[in-house]
Every structure is written in structure tokens, then in C-alpha cells.
Design a protein around this ligand. Structure first.
Ligand SMILES: Cc1cc2nc3c(=O)[nH]c(=O)nc-3n(C[C@H](O)[C@H](O)[C@H](O)COP(=O)(O)OP(=O)(O)OC[C@H]3O[C@@H](n4cnc5c(N)ncnc54)[C@H](O)[C@@H]3O)c2cc1C
Length: 540
């Protein structure tokens, strides 16, 4: 039988969003943080380029706001954009106070530039900014007497008090698989924060770590939250193309510092697609690469920064240079083979300006959420910023409500009386592989209605199989993730089918134009069987 734990605030996820929220809360409450694996299981750890903030007097908040709105293709919530970007300098100060040492020259931050930004405004720690931030936050969390960090824990489902007698709708914790013991534990809490990151593992090729299986989005959906804008999946244009590289990312900063995209012949091609060339927003660059690869039947294209001095490359991109060298590529001397890969989930659990979801007591922050910051396309290096801003905002909101009375309900143990150990784990592996492959083929960078419908039919079949499997067998990490990925895949396909236009990251050959009306795609729980109940909400 699994153990029971009780805390004031349960934070599910130990990336930038979860750890920063925990630190803001810890001075006033008991906080428990859960992660699937160690700190490296978070995308935050792998963030290379940096964090966007206006710190240079020749830059302006208005310009950062405008760049964000432009990237978002009309779908950003302007208030959320302004709020986030105005808070960015304060967030940087806080990170510095916590101990993050951003690269600087003569006491001024060294700022780099990325696609879609009209100014150099990306603060970074060489090309391993996420690692520096998450390590610092983790150290602070581990040192704090009010925070307990549990690794190797996989939240399975959220607990809603309304399931137990006549209690009001309120999130009161989660059932959690302890991967070491195999037991399901109960984590009961007065407030729950979902900070589980994105869902890019739903695609065959991704820059994300294995944990990005959309668990928080799927759990929130099953619990009754609205989910928004899931059709906007960002594909990073440049991941290292090598059979053993497991989609290692070549940061946008390489293009920012003059890297050129070339065909195998050495011909540059980005100018044919966009006057901003290599610094066009990611969706445009990814689509251009996809187009050239399909047109010429290429396995990859090349990113060439070999015209910059070796010392410059090794100082600015040490991790990337080392990783390339591991695979026999000397980036100071030759072009790097690159392909696009799924990178960022713009949609997610719909939240308000305080980070609150539709269920009282449940908050969602960071990549799991849809705050309105990114709209139809995320501007580079705005996501770590969003994690940290909403980590602080949600924490403050919870602290304001900390003294509110919450029903004291005894949560039952996880019921395993009807299940047995599986003797057919191969089904999980096969279904997992099948799902990720057809999502890549049919729901990828360029879409059509027919491909999306084809994907939906396959999802229906997998959903049925996995539901039966889930009902009969004991839960495992892979089964939990597969179930979540299938739910997320369905949310993506339904949202993509509902959008009858091309906008931002969603590009379909059947509706190539952008409509003049801007609408979010909002999926309501219980509405999946009827496309007509998808509620488009006007944003303008
Ligand atoms: C290679 C790469 C480079 C990037 N570069 C940049 C960059 O330069 N700048 C930028 O702004 N953004 C960048 N991003 C995006 C950015 O890193 C992420 O959007 C952001 O870090 C997400 O943070 P998060 O806290 O929301 O989630 P994550 O950092 O992904 O953390 C999620 C956490 O939730 C845990 N978790 C997940 N499911 C469960 C579950 N069921 N139970 C328990 N725990 C769970 C995981 O173990 C993990 O601890 C990059 C992303 C990648 C992958």
C-alpha cells in the first residue's frame, strides 16, 4: 500500500516554473515539489539560449512587447504580454539574488539576440542558461527547511474533492506513482500547482527531455479544466542531425551570432522565404527548412558559423561545440547538419492572470499552461521568463488565499483491487511508437484536413486500447505517459481541425490564409465527441 503525505501546497514539476513558485511560497507555507526524475528531467535544464528581458537602456519594454505580439500573430493577450515583459527586469534581479551569474562584460550583462527580437536582449550563461538557473533554484530549494523535494514520482491524476460526497469542486492533491517502489501514494494539499512542462514528446522528433509527455495538460483535462490553443506546436528549426544525437538542440543564438542556413551545395536559402533571413521567427525558418528538405529529398540542411573565429565560438557556444565534437563535427571549421524537431507547446491549461485554472485550488504555470503570452507562436527566450513570472504571480495569489478554509476530507487510497500485473508490455511500446510517428507525419509542420482526420482515426483506436489496458493492469510510468500522450494528441488534432486558417505555428494547406478575426481555440471538457461545441473565444 502506498504512503500518504500532506502539505500546504503541492507543486507538480521541478523545472523553472515549479522551483521558482516553491521558493516564493516557502517563506510562508509548507511546500512539496514532485518531479518524475532528477533536475535533468526538466526542459528548463536544457534551455540554452537564455531569458529575454529589457536591461539595456537603448532597448525598451515597448519594443519587447511589440516583438512578442508580432510573433504571436494576433493571438496574444496584450495585457498578459505587458504584465510579463514589465516584470522581466525584476525577475532577473531575483535570479541574480538567488545566485544565477549571467554572462557579463564590465558589469553589464552580455546580451545576445535571437530570431524575432528587434534588439539584443537575451541574458544567458554561455549556452547553458537553463542548467545554471535550475541548478541554482534546486540548491535553494534543497536548502529550504519548508520545501520537500520528491524525485522519481509521477503524478497520475488530480484529486477533486467533489468526487467524495457532497464537497465542492476543489483540487486537493494528486495520486502519484512512486517509481522506485511501484506503489501509488496520496499527496493531499490545500493548493496544487501544475508545473509539468510541455508535450513535445507526442512527436517522433523532439528537442525535449523524456518527461515532456503533457501529463499536466492531460490530468487537468480529465479533471475538468478547459484547454486552449493546442494546435500551436513550435518546431525548433535546428536540431543536430546525427543518428546518435537524440535531437540535441543547436540554439537560435548560433543564428543570432551570424550562423547561415545552407543547402548541401552551400547555397543559402532563407532570403527566398523571408527578408529577415535566418533571424525570421522560428515557424518561418522551420517551414522553410521543411520545404527545402521535401523539395530536394534531403535528410537535413546545414547551419554554418565557421566564418566566426574559433575563440568566439568556443566562448559563446561551448556546450554546442563540445556536443558537435562528440559526434566528430568541428563547428568552427565546417557546417553543422540540422533538422527541425518539436520544441515547445504554446497551448495548455487555460489560466487567468493569477495562474488559476478552472478548478478552485488548482494553478498551472510555465509550459503546461496557456496564459495568453505566446498566442499563436512563442517568441524565443520568452518561455523561461513566463515560468518565472507566473511562478511568482501564482505564489502570491496562493499566499493571499492561504488562510481560506478548505474542507478536511479523508482521501481514499488508490484502488488497485481490480487490476493485475501486465503480461503484455510490448503493447505500450508499440502504441507509443505508432502515436509519435503518425503525429509527426500527419500533425507536423505542414498540415491538411485529411492528414488530421487520419490521425484522429488512429487516436480513437489507440484510446480504446489504452483505456482497456489501463482498466485491467497495474499502472506503470510508461502506461501513465502513453495515456497522457494519447489525450494530448487528441487535444492537438481537435484544435487543429477546429482552426480553419493558417496562423503562427499552425499551417495547413487546406486553409493557407489567415482570417481577419483572431480567436483562441478553447476545448471544453466533455466536448470531445462533438466538434461543434469547441468554443472559439474572440480575442480582439
Ligand atoms: C533544448 C531546449 C532549449 C530551450 N531553450 C530555451 C531558451 O533558451 N530560452 C527559453 O526561454 N526557453 C527555452 N526552452 C523552453 C523552456 O526551457 C521551457 O519552456 C521551460 O523550461 C519549461 O519550464 P517548466 O518549468 O514549465 O517545465 P519543465 O522545465 O519541463 O519541467 C517540468 C517538470 O515537471 C516534471 N513532471 C512532468 N510530468 C510530471 C508528472 N506526471 N509527475 C511529476 N512530475 C512531472 C518533470 O520531471 C520536470 O521536473 C528550451 C527548451 C528545450 C527543450
Amino acid at each position: 500500500m502506498g504512503q500518504r503525505f500532506s502539505t500546504d501546497i503541492l507543486v507538480i514539476g521541478g523545472g523553472a516554473a515549479g522551483l521558482s513558485a516553491a521558493l516564493h511560497l516557502a517563506a510562508h507555507a509548507r511546500v512539496t515539489v514532485l518531479c518524475k526524475g532528477d533536475v535533468e528531467s526538466a526542459s528548463s535544464h536544457w534551455a540554452q539560449g537564455g531569458i529575454a528581458a529589457v536591461t539595456d537602456p537603448t532597448d525598451s519594454l515597448e519594443s519587447h512587447v511589440q516583438d512578442t505580439l508580432t510573433a504571436g500573430a494576433g493571438l496574444c493577450d496584450a495585457d498578459v504580454v505587458a504584465l510579463t515583459i514589465h516584470k522581466a527586469p525584476e525577475i532577473i534581479d531575483q535570479l541574480v539574488r538567488w545566485g544565477v551569474q549571467f554572462d557579463s562584460d564590465d558589469n553589464e550583462f552580455h546580451l545576445t539576440r535571437e530570431g524575432g527580437h528587434s534588439h539584443r536582449r537575451i541574458l544567458h550563461v554561455a549556452d547553458a542558461t537553463g542548467k545554471a538557473i535550475t541548478q541554482t533554484l534546486t540548491e535553494q530549494v534543497l536548502d529550504h527547511p519548508n520545501v520537500e523535494l520528491f524525485t522519481d514520482r509521477v503524478a497520475i491524476d488530480l484529486i477533486n474533492l467533489s468526487k467524495f460526497g457532497r464537497h465542492p469542486n476543489r483540487c486537493a492533491g494528486a495520486y502519484v506513482l512512486n517509481r522506485s517502489t511501484g506503489h501509488v501514494e496520496v499527496f493531499q494539499a490545500r493548493f496544487v500547482i501544475l508545473a509539468t512542462g510541455g508535450a513535445s514528446k507526442v512527436y517522433l522528433y523532439t528537442s525535449n527531455p523524456d518527461s515532456s509527455t503533457g501529463d499536466g495538460i492531460a490530468m487537468a483535462w480529465r479533471a475538468g479544466c478547459r484547454i486552449a490553443n493546442m494546435e500551436f506546436n513550435q518546431f525548433h528549426p535546428t536540431c543536430l542531425y546525427h543518428p546518435h544525437a537524440k535531437s540535441f538542440l543547436i540554439s537560435e543564438a548560433v543564428r543570432g551570432e551570424g550562423g547561415m542556413l545552407c543547402l548541401p551545395s552551400g547555397e543559402r536559402f532563407m532570403q527566398r522565404f523571408d527578408s529577415r533571413g535566418e533571424l525570421a521567427p522560428r515557424d518561418i525558418v522551420a517551414r522553410a527548412i521543411d520545404h527545402e528538405m521535401k523539395r530536394l529529398g534531403l535528410d537535413c540542411v546545414y547551419l554554418d558559423i565557421s566564418h566566426r573565429p574559433r575563440a568566439f565560438i568556443e566562448a559563446h557556444c561551448p556546450t554546442i561545440a563540445q556536443r558537435c565534437a562528440d559526434f566528430g563535427i568541428d563547428m568552427a571549421n565546417e557546417p553543422i547538419p540540422v533538422v527541425p524537431a518539436a520544441h515547445y507547446t504554446c497551448g495548455g491549461v487555460l489560466i487567468d492572470k493569477n495562474g488559476a485554472s478552472d478548478i478552485p485550488g488548482l494553478y498551472a504555470i510555465g509550459e503546461v499552461s496557456c496564459s495568453g503570452l505566446h498566442g499563436a507562436n512563442r517568441l524565443a527566450s520568452n518561455s523561461l521568463l513566463e515560468c518565472l513570472v507566473f511562478g511568482q504571480i501564482a505564489a502570491n495569489e496562493i499566499l493571499r488565499k492561504l488562510d481560506e478554509p478548505v474542507a478536511d476530507v479523508s482521501i481514499p487510497q488508490w484502488d488497485e483491487s481490480q487490476v493485475t500485473d501486465s503480461d503484455e508490455d510490448v503493447i505500450i511500446a508499440h502504441n507509443w511508437e505508432e502515436l509519435r510517428r503518425f503525429m509527426w507525419d500527419y500533425v507536423g509542420i505542414v498540415r491538411t484536413d485529411k492528414r488530421l482526420q487520419r490521425a484522429q482515426r488512429r487516436i480513437d483506436m489507440l484510446k480504446q486500447e489504452v483505456h482497456e489496458y489501463y482498466s485491467h493492469y497495474r499502472v506503470s510510468n510508461d502506461l501513465i505517459e502513453l495515456r497522457n500522450l494519447i489525450h494530448v494528441a487528441e487535444l492537438i488534432v481537435r484544435s487543429a481541425l477546429a482552426r480553419r486558417e493558417s496562423r503562427g505555428l499552425h499551417y495547413t494547406l487546406d486553409h493557407p490564409e489567415m482570417l481577419s478575426r483572431c480567436e483562441d481555440t478553447i476545448l471544453f471538457p466533455g466536448s470531445m465527441d462533438h466538434l461543434d461545441v469547441l468554443q472559439p473565444i474572440s480575442n480582439v
